[in-house]
Design a protein around this ligand. Structure first.
Ligand code: FES
Length: 119
């Protein structure tokens, strides 16, 4: 039997999956909060969804400009505030003030080429 939280979970359409290319990132504001609450990166062909909340200072937004969550070669997620670097497919911080902590993963699914996130 599903818990109340599971029963309340819903899938929200974000975009077409192929709009996010290899080593690219994109932020989303599915709840119309006025700033992106989550972002998606593609690494080694796989899409990964993360809350836009740095573990160094809980809730701090990470992009230095819209959709800019990755370093220049797309190998690390970078928090603009203090330079923490995260592995794109695990969310593990490998460099910076929150080394050893992780981003919060979001569940993604692609159906008929459309990308959805579980709220
Ligand atoms: S808030 Fe992200 S590194 Fe400090």
């Amino acid at each position: 039997m599903a818990t109340t939280r599971e029963a309340e979970a819903r899938w929200i359409r974000l975009c077409r999956a192929d709009e996010i290319g290899e080593a690219q990132s994109r932020g989303f504001d599915p709840d119309d909060e006025g700033q992106d609450s989550l972002f998606v990166v593609r690494r080694h062909g796989q899409l990964h969804g993360w809350r836009n909340a740095c573990p160094h200072i809980g809730g701090a937004p990470m992009a230095w400009r819209r959709d800019a969550y990755l370093n220049a070669d797309g190998t690390r997620i970078v928090c603009h505030a203090h330079g923490a670097e995260f592995v794109p497919d695990t969310g593990l911080c490998v460099q910076g003030p929150c080394r050893g902590e992780r981003l919060s993963r979001l569940e993604l699914v692609v159906i008929d080429g459309e990308l959805f996130v579980k709220s």
